[in-house]
Write a protein that binds this ligand. Structure first.
Ligand SMILES: [Zn+2]
Length: 578
């Protein structure tokens, strides 16, 4: 039973507690991370579908993928929210936190009406600059020191087409240039675009020799440490590991093997050491894009034995790279992020064996068919090419010069191509239903008891529709709007049925380009002090990577960033100790 003095004591205690609460600051939760990291490393795996980590989870060892999956924040449902899932736009998205309508990169190479109608330009080629320190045998005809049999016309590279800043750019701006920012890949576009405009450097390889090079956009000569790496015998080692000794096709023959990932990660170590990343008193950034999985994946597909070997080998190589980072800079001082630039479709033949409507469509034949029909309508006898050559879905680019000559304006031209396209694609049917032909099917399909694959256009949109926002007010419409930019051309954007893609002749590979889930699904994972370890199944997007890291680093989000900060995976912070 409570006594009266006890009650008074209790009242007094409550009064003191209230008084203290008013006068003293609220006790904060324990500090979970102190300040900003010395280094952020973003690992991008070129062509790596989100489900790969689930599929091989039980086979991972050490601190490779498991560092993210067991000790980091692993988002299992990360999907690009646009329809043009290619390498250049994907890497631009990872850096900028924006899609094509924000960063301006719609595919790997395109017809740029302001530059030339004779050839496509790549997303990063820039004739104002030159490639730096090319090996003698690779110096092209347009550069000093070219050999007599100079291989080809090659220009320098820069982020000239990137219309938005990146996380790296914002780190550079916020520190008045003290933060050091680099990109590394086998591919120029994958080194340049995620690093950004203000990057200190981007390094990729000379495709024949495998030597790392750069562009005069960044520097006049390679740094000493990069020269030393190129001269170290590391190239020969990679060639031996890939059974391609002495090759002059390093990119193709070594690039498609696990040896290429080790080669790139060793270059990244040399860069971190050589440029003293993590020792500048501010947060530095390195983006490493690992190209091997893409080079191999196009040939053998996501369900091959070689794909699994690549993944398990990369797991070990990432593990040893992270162990090295721990010894050199300390993982407590580093934030890591993991993602990919796009996923991939199964090989059409593999999908169709299960009854899924997988098929490769010969787009050259589709172009022939379209040109035939357009000539009938507009040419009056003389033959014209109404499409710019080199089909590259999802875009079909019109030759506006030919239409203008025929007195046809953009709207009429694009509407016409959009109307003709479904018929031109359907006419490529390798296995037409019996009622459409008197001939027997020309292709023996392995799942004849199920529906045979039939090439089909699901949707087609004209440039004018995309530019004017004449899109459904739905998630689908937003996805298309995110895919739009312009380079002075008339075009239509084609969406084939799911699991259908461009391919001809003996095509036995696969590709990525579409708005379908398998092309958009990528991993997203973080490791580092600010992150709450766990598996997160909420729907997120690659644009959230830059938004989250910018927020944690205390800098502005990149200029066109539309990502969300992934607060669900963040540790609570202690304001008073920031
Ligand atoms: Zn790619």
């Amino acid at each position: 039973m409570q006594t009266r003095p006890g009650f008074l004591y209790s009242l007094l205690a409550s009064f003191v507690a209230v008084l203290l609460a008013i006068l003293l600051p609220v006790p904060a939760p324990a500090q979970v991370y102190a300040g900003r990291p010395k280094l952020i490393v973003i690992v991008v795996i070129d062509q790596f579908r989100g489900d790969y980590l689930n599929r091989d989870e039980s086979k991972f060892t050490g601190r490779g993928f498991k560092l993210f999956m067991d000790q980091g924040a692993w988002f299992t449902n990360c999907y690009y929210d646009y329809a043009n899932t290619k390498t250049a736009p994907g890497h631009a998205t990872i850096g900028t936190g924006a899609y094509t309508d924000g960063h301006g990169i719609e595919t790997n190479e395109w017809w740029d009406a302001s530059r030339s109608f004779d050839f496509k330009v790549s997303s990063v080629e820039d004739e104002r600059y030159q490639l730096v320190d090319l090996p003698a045998a690779s110096i092209p005809a347009n550069q000093p020191g070219a050999p007599d049999n100079a291989p080809r016309f090659v220009v320098g590279a820069s982020p000239l087409n990137l219309r938005a800043t990146t996380l790296g750019d914002e780190l550079r701006l916020a520190t008045q240039g003290r933060a050091r920012v680099y990109g590394v890949s086998l591919k120029d576009r994958a080194a340049i675009l995620p690093a950004g405009q203000a990057a200190n450097g981007a390094f990729w390889i000379d495709t024949s020799s495998g030597q790392f090079i750069t562009s005069t956009y960044y520097m006049e000569h390679l740094p000493e440490w990069a020269h030393a790496f190129n001269a170290s015998g590391r190239i020969a080692q990679a060639e031996r590991e890939a059974n391609a000794e002495g090759t002059t096709q390093f990119f193709n023959l070594v690039g498609r093997t696990p040896a290429a990932n080790r080669y790139e990660l060793d270059f990244a170590r040399a860069l971190i050491d050589g440029e003293k990343l993590g020792q500048n008193g501010v947060t530095d950034l390195l983006v490493i894009s690992l190209s091997a999985n893409d080079i191999q994946g196009h040939q053998f597909g996501p369900d091959s034995d070689s794909e699994e070997r690549m993944i398990l080998s990369l797991d070990r190589d990432l593990g040893s790279f992270f162990d090295w980072l721990d010894q050199s800079i300390g993982l407590k001082n580093v934030w890591l992020a993991l993602t990919a630039d796009h996923g991939i479709a199964p090989v059409p033949g593999e999908a169709s064996k299960l009854g899924v409507n997988g098929v490769a469509v010969d787009m050259e034949k589709v172009y022939d068919k379209l040109n035939e029909e357009l000539n009938k309508r507009y040419s009056h006898g003389s033959h014209q090419d109404y499409l710019l050559p080199g089909p590259d879905l999802p875009y079909i680019v019109l030759d506006k010069r030919a239409f203008k000559k025929a007195g046809v304006d953009e709207k009429a031209a694009e509407d016409e191509v959009a109307e003709l396209l479904p018929g031109a694609v359907a006419s490529q049917n390798p296995n037409p239903p019996p009622f459409l032909t008197l001939m027997p099917p020309t292709v023996n399909h392995p799942s004849q008891h199920r529906l045979p694959p039939a090439p089909r256009v699901q949707y087609v949109y004209t440039r004018l529709q995309l530019a004017n926002g004449q899109l459904p007010p739905t998630d689908w419409g937003r996805l298309l709007a995110h895919s739009y930019t312009e380079h002075g051309n008339w075009f239509v954007m084609a969406v084939l049925d799911a699991y259908q893609m461009e391919g001809s002749g003996q095509f036995a590979g696969t590709t990525h380009f579409s708005p379908w889930s398998y092309d958009r699904h990528v991993p997203l994972a973080f490791y580092g002090a600010p992150f709450r370890a766990g598996v997160y199944q909420n729907r997120v997007a690659p644009v959230d990577l830059a938004a989250t890291l910018a927020s944690l680093a205390g800098v502005n989000q990149p200029s066109a960033c539309i990502g969300h900060v992934l607060t669900v995976a963040l540790q609570p912070t202690q304001p008073s100790n920031r």
